[in-house]
Every structure is written in C-alpha cells, then in structure tokens.
Ligand binder design. Structure first.
Ligand code: KG4
Ligand code: ZN
Length: 341
C-alpha cells in the first residue's frame, strides 16, 4: 500500500446518495451528497421506493463528481468502502451492488462499513487526535446508541433506544406541526425563539440508575397529544414553544445518559455523531457538562454529521488497515446490530 491510501466511500442507506474520496482516513479530498429532501418533503418522511429509484438515477454521476472534485481517477483508488447496513434495504442494495461491480472491474478490495460505525468515524475527519478508549453517542434518524470503543473494531453498545430514535421524533413532531422534512434543523431553528418553560415534556428513563437505554416514544406521544389538545381548545399553537420544550427534554436525556456512561467508563474523550449531532443545543449542553468532568467533546462539522460518503471512506480506511475486507457475498442488511466485538 502506498503512503497515500485513497478510499472511495459510498453511502446510500437512506435518502442521500453520497460519494467521497478520503485520504488515509483523515483528509477529505471530495465529498458529494445528492439530497432527496425535496422528493420526500411533501410526505413528511422518506418513501423507500422513491429513495431507491433516485439512488439508481444519480449514483454514477455522484461518483464521477467525487472523483473529479478530488482530481483522481478510478486507477488511483486503493479500496472501495460502502455502507451495507443498517438502513432501507432497497437503498442499501444500490450502493452495495455498485460497489461490488466497481471493485470487481477495478480489482480493488471491497469494504463493507456498518453505517453507525461510519457516523462515528466522521469524528476522525475533524483533525482532532482521537485517543482510545472513547465513548460515542450516535444519534440519528434511525438510531440512538451509546457506544464504548476501545480501539478500531473493538466496539461495545452500552445502551440504545427501546423504541423511536431521537431524530425520528424530531421529524414526526415537525410533521405534526406541518413544518416539512427533515424536522431536526427546522425544529432547532424554531426552538431558538421559543420558551422551553412553556411546556414540560417527559424525560423517560433519565433517572433510572445503571440504565443507559433510551426511550423517546413517550415524549413523542406527549408532544403530539399536546398539539392535539391545544387545537381542540381552539388555542393558537406556538410551534417555537413546543419545539423549545421538546428539544430541551431530548437534550436533557441525551446529556444525562452520556454523562452517566462517562462516569462508568472513565474515558477522556467523547465523540458525538449522526444527524442529530448537528444540533447546536445538544453540542452546547454536552460540551459544558463533559467539560465539568474533564472530558473533551469532539463532533464533526455539520456536513459530516448527516449521511455522507466521507465518513464511510474514513471508516473504510481503518477497516482496510485491519484487513476487515468483505467478500463477493457482501449484501445489504437492513437490521444490522452494531455489536462487532
Ligand atoms: O444521520 P442522518 O443523516 O440519517 C440517519 O442515519 O438517520 O440523520 C438524519 C436525522 C433526521 O432525523 C434529522 O431530522 C436529524 O438527523 N437532524 C437534526 C438536526 N439536523 C438533522 N436533529 C436535530 N437538530 C438538527 N440540527
Ligand atoms: Zn445516518
């Protein structure tokens, strides 16, 4: 392997078609994301059939753009990394099939990357020196997981959501308020001018000792009932107040559980990852509370929090170093558990 190892990272697990060229797992030479938000916006969520069809239409163009932007050709690549799960099976299949075809044609190693592990590796693109062991909170539209990582490939899931993911609830409440999709960024913006004390929403499992799982279906139901009640009473609903109170409830729980895990595992670094890691209030609260424990918070820039190919390329590099290569039987796995230990 040359000293410059270039990985093409492909990501099609949900509704973003993404490709990136990453050098040595740390430097992004290009990152192209074709978002389908405008296609799913009016449905208030991702429609799987529309998502997979769109991936098929744009993926080759997205890859060409990524290579062009990086100023490299297929011959310069050292490996192909692709997210193979968890995610929507029809969407994943597009990336996996294309990666296999490319790897076969170009005689390159193929690396199947766990999508959640990919999110975590977005933190390696920040320039920060990550030193193991670390804790990570991967919080996205599909997952909310507290992960302990002792080294590359040495991962233990300490807790996860028992029902809805945090991002999913942001999306569902935004839909109920008629705000569009994805709900997270819209709700965050609204919350800035809302009064978080206007409502009190539940914080499930927050006070349960020794429990690192999450549950967000209770807060979702409470907010949806509150919206309904206000409507029935003919009262004007103030979306900023609802957004602020809801966001505070979610951030309280995420922060409390993260702190509990930090105390248990005594790590010095904490990696925040996933689409919800773009949330400014979550970053602020976590940074403040972790700092008080002497723990450094690392998080990716917003464009590497939500789905992208660069995080898959970064993870792929470390998989390659460890010889964790996939075979031609690599397949899309919709419900893959993260436990890789
Ligand atoms: O990681 P991601 O792009 O896709 C999944 O793997 O699910 O995460 C998307 C999720 C969506 O639910 C979206 O509403 C949420 O991340 N999100 C946010 C913010 N930006 C994106 N949630 C809260 N605040 C944000 N600023
Ligand atoms: Zn994701």
């Amino acid at each position: 392997m040359s000293t410059k190892t270039l990985i093409l990272g492909l990501e099609t697990s949900c509704d973003d078609t993404a490709a990136a060229v990453v050098q040595n797992g740390r430097t992004v030479l290009s990152s192209v994301v074709s978002s389908q938000d405008n296609l799913h916006h009016r449905f208030g969520g991702v429609v799987p059939e529309i998502a997979s069809r769109r991936h098929l239409e744009v993926i080759t163009v997205v890859i060409e753009e990524a290579l062009d932007e990086a100023g490299v050709g297929f011959d310069d690549l050292d490996g192909l990394a692709v997210a193979y799960g968890p995610g929507l099976v029809g969407s994943l299949l597009v990336g996996v099939s294309l990666a296999k075809a490319l790897a076969f044609t170009l005689d390159l190693p193929i690396i199947g990357v766990n999508h959640l592990e990919g999110h975590l590796y977005a933190n390696f693109l920040t320039g920060a020196a990550v030193s193991f062991p670390v804790l990570s909170l991967v919080v996205s539209g599909g997952h909310t997981s507290l992960i302990y990582m002792e080294g590359h490939g040495q991962i233990e899931v300490l807790g996860k959501t028992r029902d809805d993911a945090a991002g999913e609830v942001f999306d569902k409440i935004a839909r109920a308020l008629g705000l569009g999709f994805p709900g997270g960024p819209i709700m965050e913006k609204l919350a800035r001018r809302g009064d978080a004390a206007a409502f009190t929403f539940p914080r499930a499992l927050m006070l349960e000792e020794k429990n690192l799982d999450f549950s967000f279906s209770g807060v979702k139901t409470a907010v949806l009932n509150c919206i309904q009640r206000e409507k029935e009473k003919g009262r004007r609903i103030a979306p900023p107040d609802i957004a602020a109170a809801f966001q505070e409830a979610v951030v309280d729980v995420l922060t409390a559980k993260s702190l509990r895990a930090v105390k248990e595992k005594k790590v010095r670094q904490f990696l925040l990852a996933g689409g919800v890691a773009a949330n400014g209030e979550l970053r602020r609260r976590l940074r403040q509370d972790l700092l008080a424990e002497g723990v450094e918070l690392i998080y990716p820039p917003v464009e590497y929090c939500t789905d992208n190919g660069a995080m898959i390329g970064a993870a792929g590099y470390y998989y390659l170093l460890q010889g964790r290569l996939a075979g031609w039987d690599l397949n899309a796995v919709p419900n893959l558990a993260l436990d890789l230990s």
